[in-house]
Design a protein around this ligand. Structure first.
Ligand code: ZN
Ligand code: FE
Length: 261
């Protein structure tokens, strides 16, 4: 069974450490080598490979040091990425194997143009696993730095269509601020209120709010709910006009969040 353990880095990054019961581990988006080396040592694991979702320094900044400390291991990442050090370039639809478990590669551009996600449909665990970097967050989504709202909306729609039971491993602990914004969009959503209370309790105990599930995101994440009447209505109200379709609603909600404090 493939298991994912969080390694905390910087102020709010999660580097995911994957292991399957042997003494080897993959890491996802090692922005910093230090905490990864400590986590490997603490668990008695050696590094077997690296998965990269996109080129931002807080996701790739530790690769060079990990390779120099742990020896050469395969570094999977998007083909054509500005990130250096990728040895196994990947395209949409590719399939890789991690400790015998297959992962499908999904191109999810928008946050960056090179962004990909890794989906393990049958990781030997109860539920599928998704590693989605800075595309889908718990209760939110990444900022659009390189793409446009239509592109980001289409990428999120691909992730939203994955099995509802999928465990969603994003790369940042942004959940509380995401849920505060979500509550501004949908103040009447009771499941969202419950989620906010749950997340606050977890953070008070110092525990991660990640992973979430696709089912929970569909029920509470405003960026996956742009087709719902409530979200459409509040977006149209803010825009001062009817919005043509879901991508337009998404664009409005995304720029609202950009300015939300
Ligand atoms: Zn990023
Ligand atoms: Fe990031």
């Amino acid at each position: 069974m493939l298991q994912a353990h969080p390694v905390q880095a910087f102020s709010d990054n999660y580097i995911w450490l994957l292991e399957a019961g042997a003494e080897r581990a993959f890491v996802v988006d090692p922005g910093d080598a230090g905490p990864v080396l400590l986590a490997l040592a603490a668990r008695g694991l050696t590094l077997a490979g690296i998965l990269v979702t996109h080129h931002h320094p807080d996701h790739v900044g530790g690769i060079a040091q990990l390779l120099s400390r742990c020896g050469p291991v395969p570094v999977y990442g998007p083909r054509g990425s500005p990130a250096s050090g990728i040895t196994q370039p990947l395209d949409d639809g590719d399939r890789i194997t991690v400790f015998g478990f297959a992962a499908d590669v999904l191109a999810v551009p928008g946050h960056t143009l090179d962004h990909i996600a890794y989906f393990f449909a049958a990781p030997g665990a109860a539920a599928p696993l998704l590693f989605c970097g800075d595309t889908l967050f718990a209760g939110g989504c990444g900022r659009i730095f390189e793409g446009d709202p239509r592109m980001m909306h289409a990428s999120l729609a691909r992730l939203a269509a994955l099995p509802a039971t999928t465990s969603v491993y994003c790369a940042h602990e942004y959940t509380l601020s995401n849920l505060r914004f979500a509550r501004a969009v949908e103040p009447q959503n009771e499941q969202l209120l419950r989620r906010q209370l749950d997340a606050e309790a977890l953070r008070e105990r110092g525990e991660p709010t990640v992973p979430s599930t696709i089912a929970l995101e569909l029920a509470t994440n405003p960026f996956l709910r742009c087709g719902h009447t409530t979200v459409r209505a509040v977006a149209a109200q803010r825009a001062g006009m009817e919005l043509a379709g879901e991508p337009e609603v998404f664009g409005l909600v995304r720029s609202w969040k950009d300015d939300f404090r």
